[in-house]
Design a protein around this ligand. Structure first.
Ligand code: FAD
Length: 420
């Protein structure tokens, strides 16, 4: 193990591995180190399907050793801090590692304690989450006998912002197919104002919500889970729009004790925990006021330290945190590092916020939201080759893409640094 690398990468997840692989494809002589403590690499996008009992969890995991690109040094350790003025990263057991260029890609962490009672609810299995244990979500859905099935998400940024609603649609479809529809209230409560920010996708999703009879509750910010009573407590983020819930209250057993406390009893609860940048990043001088890695939105270069780049979930980018976004971020980071290395400073600033969210709307159905920083709908022209001419509408071919093609592309192309 060396103590200095031309390019040091923190994190061997989607962003870190793809960046290393693409760099080496451009120049196999680069000296690259990846700091990564985990022994297993996960394909997280399939966890939605695992939670709905239609994908094997084991297939979402591969040994880290298998995905590490040949030619990089895998530093099996935790990064613990930065001294960016000295081009240094500190680690838990391997001391200091220095670099010419640093790529920060350690993803994000779950912070369930930001909602009172949530750590206990997850621990005791009162709440389930595809973000922490998708197999448990499936157990929960499978064993549900009727009542309130509540799906919600926090006010913090989360990875794959669509995931909390995807599992609501899949569960609603499962309950319908298994004769539970009449005994069940599926509720989707979100702090957001709309179901999805991209107009044509939103229009389709509102129809999906109608089809399943889902109780859609915008402006609901969860702040407490009462584990004993199985009640979720919400603040209303737009109190003046509160009145519309009163009529529904009876059917769901919902209670409104002022804007600051709306209570919904649940029989099952699926929740995306609050999420944040890892502590060692949050506590460094590399973050913005909200605690995310402070990079330029288009070049992904750190706003203060020009030899540092950041991408993926940790980055302060005003777009959805997804692997699909990373696919478009990596080539920009790679090109910019190589430009700087060759003493050129006309950086590639082309990242336009592209992200995508495969909104599974039922077993065999999917809508593909692709969009940019302005929430413009930007479908990939290649979809036409798959005979999908309007990806804002539900399509079984998109489901096939999600379940079969994307995992295959991920393991065999994206992680190998190939263009897809
Ligand atoms: C339920 C769910 C559904 C999703 N659905 C989709 C989807 O449909 N489509 C899509 O594109 N994306 C989806 N995503 C999001 C996608 O998986 C993430 O956006 C992506 O994996 C982020 O990549 P990353 O490299 O930033 O972080 P990660 O892939 O999470 O990797 C971070 C790595 O950093 C390592 N690390 C952490 N701390 C340290 C440290 N101190 N030192 C060194 N290394 C460290 C970790 O061990 C990890 O290996 C989903 C995610 C979830 C949870």
């Amino acid at each position: 193990m060396k103590s200095h690398y031309q390019i040091l990468i923190i994190g061997g997840g989607t962003g870190g591995i793809m960046t290393a692989a693409q760099l080496l494809n451009k120049d196999k002589n680069l000296e690259i180190g990846i700091i990564e403590p985990a022994q297993t690499h996960y394909y997280q996008p399939a966890w939605t399907l695992v939670g709905a009992g239609t994908y094997d969890y084991k297939k979402t995991a591969k040994p880290m050793a298998e995905v590490m690109p040949k030619g990089v040094d895998w530093i099996k350790d935790y990064a613990t801090g930065f001294d960016a003025d000295k081009n240094t990263v500190t680690t838990k057991t391997n001391g200091n590692v220095t670099y010419d260029y640093l790529v920060v890609a350690p993803g994000l962490v779950m912070e369930p304690s930001m909602i009172e009672g949530l750590p206990e609810a997850l621990e005791k299995g009162i709440a389930c989450s595809n973000y922490t244990n998708p197999e448990h979500t499936w157990e929960t859905i499978k064993n549900f006998k009727g009542g309130n099935a509540l799906f919600t998400q926090p006010t913090t940024p989360i990875k794959c912002g669509g995931a909390p609603q995807k599992i609501a649609y899949l569960a609603a479809d499962y309950f319908r197919k298994n004769g539970l529809k009449d005994k069940t209230n599926v509720i989707f409560a979100t702090p957001g104002s709309v179901i999805f920010g991209v107009k044509p996708v939103k229009d389709t999703l509102m129809k999906v919500i109608d089809r399943y009879g889902i109780h859609f509750k915008p402006f609901y910010a969860p702040y407490k889970i009462d584990v004993e009573k199985k009640i979720a407590h919400f603040n209303h983020t737009a109190p003046e729009e509160n009145r519309c819930i009163i009529n529904e209250g009876n059917e769901l057993g919902e209670k409104m004790l002022g804007d600051a406390d709306i209570q919904i009893p649940f029989d099952i609860l699926h929740i995306a925990p609050p999420q944040a940048a890892p502590k060692f990043v949050r506590e460094s001088n590399l973050v913005n006021a909200a605690g995310w890695l402070d990079v330029d939105h288009h070049s992904l270069q750190h706003n203060k330290y020009k030899n540092i780049f950041g991408l993926g979930d940790v980055a302060a980018l005003p777009t959805a945190k997804t692997g699909a976004a990373i696919r478009k971020q990596v080539p920009v980071v790679v090109e910019n590092i190589l430009l700087l290395k060759n003493h050129k400073d006309n950086l590639n600033k082309s990242y336009n916020g592209y992200s995508s969210c495969p909104l599974v709307t039922g077993y065999g159905k999917m809508v593909l939201a692709e969009f940019d920083y302005q929430n413009n709908f930007t479908p990939d022209p290649k979809l036409k080759q798959m005979l999908v001419f309007n990806s804002a509408k539900e399509h079984w071919r998109l489901w096939m893409l999600k379940k079969y093609m994307l995992p295959n592309l991920y393991w065999n192309k994206m992680l190998k640094g190939k263009n897809v």
